[in-house]
Design a protein around this ligand. Structure first.
Ligand SMILES: Nc1nc2c(ncn2[C@@H]2O[C@H](COP(=O)(O)OP(=O)(O)OP(=O)(O)O)[C@@H](O)[C@H]2O)c(=O)[nH]1
Ligand SMILES: [Zn+2]
Length: 368
């Protein structure tokens, strides 16, 4: 007897399909990506171990390749203006991993332009907080070798756009803060592969006026443990102070550790920074761009709080552009400064020179 379950239709929701694929990748299982007649089976190297890597190689009959982003290809010295794929025939797990992430890896002698499907699979890995080095093999649509693996039409990934903007409020509760009196914590759920995120309302802001806001990306090392490698902890506390001084405002604390790459990637990048690379080059060694953050959550949270005009506390022009793109009016900007230390000076300099943040670093250093 067939049962007409109301849950059956959930399977056609792109967000659920993407979240399932993200989960499969994180657990080291291949995902099949299709587009028209083309299909690839793909695993994220970051989530594989020697045995699962060898299994993929055997099932692919050694016809597998390693997808590398343009950033990684450039660090390897490959002359290309896009992502590449390198044949993996006969290559072991350790060697493939060196090619994907090691600081002093040899330049591969053979490579080709990567396909669009491979590029899409790397987007999926970033959503999964995995490094975008993908083990891929072309397959036939009727190929049984990867049966049992999740299959995703690449067009479903476009459907993720709506999910990234879809949030709901799940709680709104007063919390007394040591330095700022009674605040309100408003929790939002939604997006793609995101933890629940929090807006913190400090003071008694006037909702009829442009709202003072700070958008803060989570930084476990700086916010919680006082790491001297960045200015995040100081900015978090100074940001709350500034909002309180403005008569009240809202801090959006976003699930964007490591500029959207996750704590694992961030700590791997720190390893490279200890060997002399700046933040952007360290991320590029891992195949990452300078910034993977997205701001749909911030726009949606503001919308749900009934806010469409803001005064924003930031030095980061991308945050302002993202708010405006999302239909939020930005009336003005106020800088938020942290302490300049011996340990974070290079981090701040890179932000200013290479990422275009609006910091007058030399005057800050002189003032210390
Ligand atoms: N990948 C990477 N991320 C880092 C590093 N240091 C800090 N971060 C992350 O950078 C982000 C900093 O975010 P924010 O405090 O919002 O700062 P911002 O983008 O500089 O903008 P404003 O502070 O608003 O001017 C957080 O996600 C940190 O986890 C690093 O060395 N590598
Ligand atoms: Zn930080």
């Amino acid at each position: 007897m067939s049962i007409d379950s109301p849950f059956a239709r959930l399977a056609v929701n792109p967000a659920i399909e993407i979240e399932r694929a993200v989960s499969e990748l994180r657990y080291g299982r291949p995902v099949v990506l299709t587009e028209g007649e083309s299909a690839i089976a793909v695993s994220a190297l970051d989530a594989l171990a020697p045995d699962t890597f060898d299994q993929f190689a055997a099932v692919s009959a050694q016809q597998h390749v390693l997808y590398l982003t343009q950033e990684r290809a450039a660090r390897l010295g490959l002359k290309t203006n896009g992502p590449v794929c390198v044949p993996l025939t006969g290559t072991g797990f350790e060697q493939a991993s060196r090619l994907a992430y090691a600081l002093d890896a040899d330049r591969p002698s053979r490579f080709a332009k990567a396909s669009l499907l491979m590029e899409r699979s790397a987007e999926l890995a970033i959503t999964a907080l995995l490094l975008p080095a993908m083990v891929c093999t072309p397959i036939d649509a009727k190929d049984e070798r990867f049966s049992g693996c999740i299959s995703l039409d690449a067009s479903v990934l476009n459907g993720g756009g709506t999910a990234r903007q879809t949030f709901q409020q799940v709680a709104r509760t007063p919390v007394p803060l040591k330095d700022h009196g009674m605040a309100e914590f408003v929790v939002f759920r939604g997006g793609l592969a995101q933890k629940d995120q929090v807006a913190i309302i400090v003071g008694q802001p006037d909702f009829s006026k442009p709202m003072p806001i700070r958008i803060h990306s989570s930084c476990i090392t700086g916010d919680l443990y006082g790491s001297l490698k960045c200015d995040c902890g100081d900015q978090l506390r100074n940001g709350l102070d500034l909002l309180a001084q403005a008569g009240g405002g809202i801090l959006l604390y976003l699930d964007q550790e490591g500029r959207g790459t996750g704590i694992g990637a961030k700590m791997r990048a720190y390893g490279f920074q200890h060997r002399g690379l700046d933040t952007i080059d360290a991320d590029a060694e891992l195949g990452l761009s300078a910034d993977h953050r997205r701001y749909e959550a911030a726009v949606a949270m503001l919308g749900l709080l009934g806010i469409n005009n803001v005064v924003v506390f930031t030095n980061n022009p991308t945050k302002i552009a993202a708010l405006r793109k999302g239909g939020i009016g930005v009336q003005s900007r106020t800088p938020v400064l942290g302490r300049v230390t011996v340990e974070n000076e290079n981090y701040l300099r890179t932000k200013t020179i290479r990422a275009g943040h609006m910091l007058e670093l030399d005057s800050l250093v002189a003032a210390e």
